[in-house]
Design a protein around this ligand. Structure first.
Ligand code: SF4
Length: 154
């Protein structure tokens, strides 16, 4: 197959995937999105509440949870977490739901969809569950994560 044909075929497949993509429930149900965020805060210490502050205590706690230095902990954020979904089709889904988070709304920071805790989270926050290798920005990664969830690995 010629290179041009391959690119066209891939583009057509991608378009089909985007058209068939269904937004997760929390992205269309603000109450559910907020409820899931509260669970992430309570059970996985999602935060800090104001990422613009130094939050030394918060990062010290994360350093202890992860067994790394505080400066290394500060580099582990939703924005580079493996399950921070910022695929184009997910971006379309989360625009309204992101507005239920006053920090995201007011700061304009990048938001994504957390595939584990299932809510719209801010690139500048983090949680105990942080996973190396993100963000997710391709359909292949979306499929990987969905498969892992179905198999109970996440
Ligand atoms: S699992 Fe990752 S994307 Fe989800 S809240 Fe935690 S750090 Fe953020």
């Amino acid at each position: 197959m010629a290179v041009g044909d391959k690119i066209r075929k891939e583009a057509a497949e991608r378009l089909k995937k985007e058209e068939e993509f269904e937004c997760p429930d929390p992205t269309t149900d603000r109450k559910l999105n907020t409820a899931n965020r509260k669970v992430a805060v309570a059970e996985y210490s999602y935060g800090p509440s104001d990422p613009e502050e130094a939050n030394d205590g918060f990062w010290q706690e994360k350093a202890e949870v992860w067994g790394v230095s505080p400066s290394k902990a500060k580099g582990r954020k939703c924005g580079n977490c493996r399950v921070f979904d910022i695929t184009p089709w997910m971006q379309d889904c989360i625009q309204a739901a992101s507005q239920s988070d006053s920090y995201i709304k007011e700061s304009g920071v990048q938001s994504g969809y957390c595939r584990v805790h299932e809510f719209t989270c801010a690139a500048t926050r983090t949680c105990d569950f942080w996973i190396k290798g993100g963000p997710m920005n391709s359909e292949i990664e979306t499929e990987d994560i969905e498969e892992a969830r179905e198999e109970g690995e996440l």
